[in-house]
Design a protein around this ligand. Structure first.
Ligand SMILES: O=P(O)(O)OC[C@H]1O[C@H](O[C@H]2O[C@H](CO)[C@@H](O)[C@H](O)[C@H]2O)[C@H](O)[C@@H](O)[C@@H]1O
Length: 278
């Protein structure tokens, strides 16, 4: 595969992707030439700006357009790899059906129409019911706190609570959950203004490896903003590329500021891959 039209070293401000740093543009140009490319994208904080109401989150139009364009290119698969339940992701993301979906941080997969997980036993379902009851029971006493039900757990949202209430509700919820069967079988996970409890452990790194195998990808681009995305960055190697959105420690090798820059990045990737795709 050859790149017949290398980018100028200094793009003009009108050029797509000109706001991205040169090292990132070079990496995008390189990965755009992969024989089989998997583009795996986190949703909240990456494709969609963060908002107070999780149900109101939407992908930026430019990001969504780039995702649709990428999914239509040869030898290119696009996955959304989210902490949301797949049902929630579908509701807010409204993405084309050919996309691969990972939900619940890897506990749910939808690959080419084939659904898997989470497979919960009767005991798991009983624990899940008691877990939700315990968390909702605590949350109801705090203004601005929401509880999001998920197939294998629930999320305690504190974005619109006062800092004092957020700390107190987290503390109480942790204590209530740990008192259920001694906390046995319940995993705790922190994200951006969310504390999640699950009766199934899963992570985005394991999910990315499944997607890599199933798509026979020769290179993976993974973009994410949250601590839970670090599991994804951790499994990248070789010709892969990881891009962290926003501040914070990361294992990704590149960084952009915000979802607007992600949209720019994806638009540039479309442009490069249209020119040099296999
Ligand atoms: O892995 P992601 O696709 O990034 O999902 C992570 C969590 O995203 C959602 O919560 C976050 O975004 C909300 C909307 O912007 C925001 O209000 C909240 O504070 C964030 O934590 C989603 O609701 C969760 O289920 C996901 O785990």
């Amino acid at each position: 595969m050859s790149d017949s039209s290398a980018e100028p070293a200094s793009p003009s401000p009108q050029d797509p992707g000109s706001g991205l740093e040169p090292g990132l543009r070079a990496d995008l140009q390189r990965i755009a030439g992969a024989p089989a490319l998997l583009v795996a994208l986190d949703f909240d904080g990456t494709l969609a700006p963060t908002v107070d109401d999780p149900d109101a989150a939407r992908a930026l139009p430019a990001a969504r357009a780039a995702v649709v364009a990428l999914a239509g290119l040869p030898a290119t698969r696009v996955a959304v790899v989210s902490g949301r339940a797949i049902a929630s992701l579908e509701r807010v993301a409204q993405l084309p059906s050919e996309l691969l979906l990972v939900g619940s941080h890897g506990a749910e997969l939808r690959i080419d129409g084939e659904e898997s997980g989470p497979d919960l036993s009767a005991e798991d379902l009983d624990l899940l019911g008691r877990l939700y009851g315990a968390v909702a029971g605590v949350a109801t006493r705090y203004p601005g706190v929401r509880v999001e039900e998920k197939p294998a757990g629930c999320g305690l949202h504190t974005r619109t609570a006062s800092p004092e209430d957020a700390a107190a509700v987290r503390r109480e919820a942790l204590a209530a959950v740990r008192s259920l069967a001694g906390g046995e079988g319940i995993a705790e996970r922190y994200g951006k203004d969310i504390l999640e409890f699950t009766v199934r452990t899963a992570d985005k790194g394991t999910a990315l490896q499944v997607l890599r195998d199933r798509t026979a990808a020769s290179a993976v681009l993974f973009v994410g903003d949250d601590v839970t995305d670090e599991d994804g960055f951790a499994v990248l190697a070789g010709d892969d590329l990881g891009v962290k959105v926003g501040a914070g420690d990361t294992r990704a090798t590149r960084r952009v500021d915000d979802p607007e820059a992600v949209a720019e990045l994806l638009g540039l990737l479309v442009r490069y891959r249209e020119r040099i795709a296999p």
